[in-house]
Design a protein around this ligand. Structure first.
Ligand SMILES: CC[C@H](O)CC(=O)C(=O)O
Ligand SMILES: [Mn+2]
Length: 337
């Protein structure tokens, strides 16, 4: 992969799981992976939206067992490596061992931005299993750059090959991305990555800022199939990088074709910045909370924006999905006992 100056991980088959209520089928995964593999995408992430073990009442049940989806992806890929996401506390070491046995080559161990210490066991196990290992610092907008660096250094010390700045809420502004990526680049020995969400229509601008500051591992989702308003749109990103003469090794026409012909039909509705996803970025709320907030708003006859703004004020983080119902019922005037 030496010809690639920026190495892209395609996340639609994991982050996009949030957008379609975890309803991927093995047929969809097989078709998408085959076409991404043919376009020469280096890494394809496949898991429940909340990572291994995410299928549950708290996060939403998967239509198809994720290990079956991962196996279908591994079987469909000839060149691409299949990656999985794992949030310690949701996914277990047993889940990771099973995914590796099936053929997953990379794991991204994701923690809230202040909780890198909980990634130690999983990062170390992944290295023992011979997997490429990424530390994934979610909700990176919530702390100053210096705190982010402290947490990134912990992940590096556990053995992560790359540490990602993850803009889970799509709340970061370009100068904030620059500040974070440049500080990590100056102080880490390992690679630095960036994962954007497009809630404020800044995913592309933020991604380019990250690349300019030295990030070499970048996430995208084809057709923007990711949580909230989606991620940096992969087929657009590879076209823009090609115009900038930055090599990704990915075939642009094939990416455009698969976005249109294979991925667009999977979307329940086109990915766009709705008032709900805009408020995610504006208020700094986890992108994966969007559909949960819509459901709660319908149940309690509320404006979903009011729920999201309140969640943002309370600085609710991943894993606190039950707070969505608490906040909605409080706003609707019910007393929580
Ligand atoms: C709940 C996990 C989350 O979707 C991971 C991620 O992609 C992010 O934080 O943006
Ligand atoms: Mn994401």
């Amino acid at each position: 992969m030496s010809e690639r100056e920026v190495v892209i991980t395609e996340v639609a088959l994991r982050d996009g799981s949030h957008a379609i209520s975890h309803s991927f089928t093995t047929e969809q995964v097989t078709n998408v992976v085959k076409s991404l593999d043919d376009a020469n995408v280096p890494y394809i992430e496949v898991s429940h939206g909340d990572g291994l073990g995410g299928s549950s009442i708290q996060y939403g049940f998967s239509k198809t067992n994720e290990m079956e989806l991962i196996e279908a992806a591994v079987n469909a890929a000839e060149r691409s490596a299949i990656a999985v996401l794992l949030l310690p506390g949701i996914g277990t070491v047993e889940d990771l061992k099973e995914a590796e046995k099936i053929g997953a080559k990379m794991v991204r161990v994701a923690t809230h931005v202040t909780e890198a210490d909980v990634s130690k066991q999983h990062i170390q196990l992944a290295k023992e299993l011979g997997m490429e290992t990424v530390g994934f610092l979610m909700m990176s907008h919530m702390v100053p750059a210096e705190k982010l660096l402290e947490q990134a250094l912990l992940m590096e010390s556990y053995g992560a090959d790359t540490v990602y700045v993850v803009d889970s809420a799509g709340a970061l502004l370009p100068h904030e991305v620059r500040e974070r990526i440049s500080l990590l680049k100056e102080n880490l020995s390992v690679k630095v990555g960036f994962h954007a969400h497009n809630n404020l229509s800044l995913a592309m601008a933020n991604t380019l800022a990250a690349i300019e500051e030295g990030a070499t591992r970048i996430d995208g989702s084809v057709r923007c199939l990711g949580a909230g308003a989606g991620n940096t749109q992969t087929e657009v990103l590879v076209s823009v990088l090609d115009r900038l003469n930055i090599q990704t090794g990915i075939d642009i026409y094939k990416m455009m074709d698969l976005a249109e012909d294979i991925v667009a039909p999977i979307l329940q509705e086109p990915q766009e910045i709705t008032k709900g996803s805009l408020v995610l970025g504006y208020a700094g709320v986890y992108s994966s909370f969007l559909l949960h907030a819509y459901r709660a708003a319908e149940k309690y006859r509320l404006d979903p924006r009011d729920i999201l703004i309140e969640l943002g004020k309370r600085k609710v983080v991943g894993g606190q999905e039950d707070m969505i119902i608490d906040v909605a019922s409080e706003l609707a005037g019910y007393k929580i006992s």
